[in-house]
Design a protein around this ligand. Structure first.
Ligand SMILES: Cc1cc2nc3c(=O)[nH]c(=O)nc-3n(C[C@H](O)[C@H](O)[C@H](O)COP(=O)(O)OP(=O)(O)OC[C@H]3O[C@@H](n4cnc5c(N)ncnc54)[C@H](O)[C@@H]3O)c2cc1C
Length: 398
């Protein structure tokens, strides 16, 4: 494929990695972002072995490991000392796949953004995109102030789950979560290499994920999250922190040093989740990647990883296919099976951890939890959490 003019819309993990890969392949890439200074929103997330493979290919894995926290295990109990419900060890996979990385969103953003900046990719900030149009086979972007940019041979839509470049689809989930980045409580006894959670049925869930250090700060941090039904958010705010903290501590007393750091409700950000998958993620001269194509609850912790793999698939397809529209069709073909599988798995598992039902958590605590600690369930679960079920990396040569 010759040198293309490419607009990448959005500076999230999908957009930044796509811009970097496509620039390195010799295309003329411009990034567009609505924020004046590109910045990430939210607390921490997990980069799984599947996403790490893409960052390794980009030469950014060392930076990821330096900024993040190595995660060897996902562990959850029903109540403080109740039955073990979740016990996934990446070591069951062996080799290089054998761990995840908890990282602050700002750190992941900084790693990718610094690489984009060092490569000299132009980033136009303060440019909220409203729509796109096609003319003579090339695509234009229109901004909220009615200005336009283009024409481009290809627009890569990585504007996230609420992209204005695709028709709305999917459904919002009843449950979301409150998130905060807090100082890591050194003496409290949390496992610094584990994502730990405690549950009461599926209506209550609290978790702690080590996320390394934020750019410009020295101490290690934890992402703290509390599952909450969206329609209860106003009540939660109105009731004040006191009763809520008491409820959290009843579920898991070890959290006291983390809760002590929360002095105002504004320290917690509410994230609401949606399950959506665009049935047709390609249009002439435009491809939708990352959350713009598929988004889900973060129950399996795959979203940023899928975004990175999508970006890699696009670069590979453009390298090996002669025509833009054929290439973007090929990129989707490389990803579709894995995306479908994980959208389905996440939809299946989400109610087990976030719902009002009693039957599912009962079966989870009494049957699935104990069985999942036996081989081969140990390996299957590790592969699922690692993002490796469906072999997403094989077709990409990663
Ligand atoms: C609370 C929470 C926890 C999560 N935990 C995990 C986890 O552990 N592991 C994991 O892999 N994933 C996790 N995810 C999912 C993950 O964050 C997303 O899947 C991932 O960020 C998607 O990347 P993206 O680049 O596709 O989109 P986004 O990260 O949403 O980036 C979109 C970018 O586009 C910009 N933008 C949006 N609209 C416009 C516009 N109109 N004009 C211009 N710019 C615009 C935004 O400002 C942003 O920079 C979690 C999500 C949430 C909400």
């Amino acid at each position: 494929m010759g040198r293309l003019d490419i607009a990448v819309a959005g500076c999230g993990p999908a957009g930044l990695s796509a811009a970097l890969l496509l620039h390195r392949d010799g295309h003329r890439v411009t990034l567009f972002e609505r924020f004046d200074a590109p910045r990430p929103v939210g607390s921490g997330l997990m980069i799984q072995p599947a996403g790490r493979a893409v960052l390794r290919a980009l030469g950014l894995e060392e930076a990821l490991l330096a900024a993040g926290s190595r995660i060897d295990r996902l562990f959850g109990r029903a109540g403080e000392d109740g039955p073990v419900v979740l016990d996934v060890r990446y070591a069951a996979l062996g080799g290089r796949a054998g761990f995840g990385v908890g990282i602050h969103r700002a750190s992941l953003f900084a790693i990718l953004h610094d690489a984009v900046h060092a490569a000299g990719v132009p980033v136009e900030t303060g440019r909220p995109i409203a729509a796109s149009r096609i003319e003579g086979g090339r695509r234009w972007l229109r901004f909220e102030d009615d200005s336009e940019a283009g024409p481009f041979d290809l627009v890569v839509d990585t504007l996230g789950a609420r992209t204005p470049l695709a028709p709305p689809t999917g459904r919002a989930l009843a449950y979301g979560a409150l998130w905060a980045s807090l100082d890591w409580p050194e003496e409290a006894g949390f496992d610094a290499a584990a994502l730990e959670q405690r549950y009461r049925r599926a209506s209550m869930m609290v978790g702690v994920l080590p996320i390394g250090t934020q750019p410009g700060r020295s101490g290690a941090q934890a992402a703290f999250f509390w599952s909450l039904r969206a329609d209860r958010l106003d009540n939660w705010r109105a009731n004040g922190l006191g009763p809520w903290k008491a409820e959290v501590l009843r579920l898991w007393p070890l959290l006291a040093p983390l809760l002590d750091q929360i002095e105002a409700p504004e320290q917690l950000t509410f994230a609401r989740y949606a399950h959506r998958t665009l049935p047709e993620p390609v249009e002439p001269a435009m491809i939708h990647l990352g959350d713009a194509w598929h988004s889900a609850s973060p129950q399996l912790g795959q979203g940023a990883n899928m975004a990175l793999i999508d970006a890699y698939a696009l670069a590979l397809a453009l390298r090996t296919t002669q025509d833009v529209d054929a290439a973007i069709g090929r990129a989707i073909a490389l990803r579709r099976r894995h995306v479908r599988l994980y959208q389905w798995l996440t939809a299946l598992f989400t109610p087990v951890y976030q719902s009002d039902g009693r039957a599912l958590p009962f079966v989870r605590d009494r049957l699935v939890g104990p069985l999942s600690r036996l081989w081969p369930a140990t390996r299957i679960q590790a592969a699922m959490v690692a993002g490796l079920i469906g072999d997403p990396l094989g077709p990409l040569g990663l």
